[in-house]
Design a protein around this ligand. Structure first.
Ligand SMILES: Nc1ncnc2c1ncn2[C@@H]1O[C@H](COP(=O)(O)OP(=O)(O)OP(=O)(O)O)[C@@H](O)[C@H]1O
Ligand SMILES: [Mg+2]
Length: 506
């Protein structure tokens, strides 16, 4: 560290100061008169409801949005960026909420995107591969830097994108929900790296809906609400209830309680089995999986990212073929050759990658109704019916803005997730399989989804929730099976369980 950086760190000097920032989209305010101060050598956590304005402010800092009101000061000097490239040149790097890796390039090329090392004017391939290998190793990632990015799991891609920004030399690093596809050990490794980055005097903004993570890694927390900065406080002085109260208002402080404390699982052993898997295996992904999903019960399937739970869900839905084992639905043995057969047998599957199935340039109602079009068009295609169905879901899921004619592209990340979920909840199956149903949602939105899924369960559906987020499984499930390296290693039923015990079992 040079002398200047050291002095700045000692004083926690203002590194970035945003003053009176306002930003509108098509006349609707996304940020109103926001002041935001980021100091040298700090990790600054940013929280707030879906649509509160977090990503918008960060995109202004990173040069993505050029049109806004207000001033930006970097190390006390006025700055104005016309592009992300400008911001990068000024030492600002951002990992966006939506993964932005290039799947056709190799891992090494992604790590060095836009700044490939050269030797005598030529790209230094061996240098690049070795450099990537070393940087990835420090994040605990063991992959061949020459592998194509697209061949890796989403979790690994997310880590590699993090590596790209963390090692880019940027002095201000913005991470917008960087942990959504990481498993707990990977998150811990990332936090170690972030602490190292902080020790070198650089500054980090860390956005997350996981309040435990925010409170454990940040020095300072800023809360956004409805386009305004509500409060900024040192982490030592606050706790989760305090944060939730300022994020979404009084009366909700207990929302996340069940994740940290112990919760009691209430199983229903006498209800009829709707889906039964016996010794199911799919080559390499999982083996010998036996489980029952009962009517009126939510079964949680928990495991770290990549432990086979996603492949299991796909197999139950006829998307993957099992190599051995059997599956029965409502007492009848079934062999699905495609997802249509599974759907006709009464299985609905909401995939974790549902965002890639959205139509961003279409209005919200089109996105919601596409999966029910079959049903509507059997009568005839009535836009009014389409909108009515969409309006009900938009209200039930509390989607904002509550305007079914709004273009999907203009919704915040978490609200797009809600639309994606709504789209799949439009018909009533016997078995509902949800993969990562609340990813990217704020605590209030998660609570909305929990209520909706419980409502479906109470109508007699057998629900299977597959997730790598302990919070998701704990908040929803009546019974939990834990997967590890492709096998079920533990079942929790009719007992009291906490996040720690669940993590231990995985
Ligand atoms: N490109 C855009 N066009 C129109 N409106 C937008 C655009 N980007 C954001 N908005 C609106 O600005 C507001 C703030 O959105 P932003 O993405 O900053 O929220 P966020 O706090 O990051 O939420 P989340 O937790 O869901 O990611 C929202 O009302 C959103 O609909
Ligand atoms: Mg966002």
């Amino acid at each position: 560290m040079d002398a200047e950086a050291e002095a700045a760190l000692r004083e926690g000097a203002p590194r970035l100061h945003m003053v009176g920032i306002s930003k509108s989209f098509g006349g609707v305010a996304a940020l109103r008169d926001v002041d935001f101060l980021l100091r040298a050598g700090e990790i600054h956590g940013l929280v707030g409801e879906n649509g509160a304005g977090k990503s918008t402010l960060m995109k202004i800092i990173a040069g993505v949005h050029a049109g806004y009101r207000g001033r930006m000061l970097i190390d006390g000097r006025e700055a104005q960026f016309r592009s992300a490239r400008d911001a990068l040149a000024a030492g600002i790097g951002m990992v966006h909420q939506e993964l932005s890796v290039v799947p056709d390039l190799t891992v090494a090329e992604n790590v060095f995107l836009g700044k490939q090392p050269t030797k005598r004017g030529m790209i230094d391939w061996p240098g690049m591969v070795a450099g990537a290998r070393q940087q990835l190793a420090s994040l605990g990632i063991d992959v061949d830097p020459r592998a194509p990015m697209g061949s890796l799991s989403i979790g690994l891609q997310q880590l590699i994108e993090l590596a790209r920004v963390l090692f880019s030399g940027a002095r201000i690093i913005i991470l917008d929900e960087p942990t959504s596809a990481l498993s707990p050990p990977e998150v811990q490794r990332l936090f170690e790296v972030l602490r190292g980055v902080r020790a070198s005097g650089r500054s980090i903004v860390f956005i997350s809906h996981f309040l435990d993570d925010i409170l454990s890694v940040s020095d300072t927390v800023t809360i956004f609400r409805n386009g305004r900065r509500v409060v900024t406080e040192a982490v030592g002085k606050i706790d989760k209830g305090w944060v939730i109260k300022r994020m979404i208002g009084s009366g909700h402080e207990g929302l996340e309680e069940s994740y940290t404390g112990a919760i009691t699982l209430g199983s229903r052993p006498s209800a009829p089995v709707m889906l039964s898997a016996r010794e199911l295996s799919a080559s390499r992904a999982f083996a010998d999986v036996s489980l029952d999903a009962r009517s009126g019960e939510i079964l949680g399937v928990y495991g770290f990212m990549g432990c086979g739970q996603i492949e299991l869900a796909r197999t139950l839905f006829g998307k993957l073929k099992p190599t051995t084992g059997s599956l029965s639905i409502d007492g009848q043995v079934r062999r699905f050759h495609n997802t249509n057969q599974a759907r006709r047998a009464g299985i609905a599957f909401v995939p974790e990658s549902r965002r890639s199935m959205l139509f961003y340039q279409e209005p919200v109602y089109k996105n919601v109704s596409i999966s029910v079009l079959g049903r509507i068009s059997r009568l005839w295609l009535r836009p009014a019916a389409e909108r009515d169905i969409a309006r009900r879901h938009v209200a039930a899921l509390n989607i904002r803005p509550p305007d079914v004619a709004a273009l999907l592209a203009g919704l915040s990340g978490g609200n797009q997730q809600k639309v994606a979920l709504a789209k799949w909840l439009t018909f009533m199956p016997k078995v509902l399989i949800l993969s990562e149903p609340t990813r990217g949602m704020d605590v209030g939105a998660k609570d909305d989804v929990v209520k909706i899924v419980r409502g479906l369960r109470d109508q007699g559906l057998a629900v299977i929730v597959v997730s790598a987020e302990p919070e998701t499984v704990l908040s929803l499930a009546d019974r939990i099976v834990v997967m590890k390296k492709g096998r079920i290693v533990r079942e929790f039923a009719g007992e009291t369980i906490s996040k720690d015990r669940l993590l231990e079992a995985a």
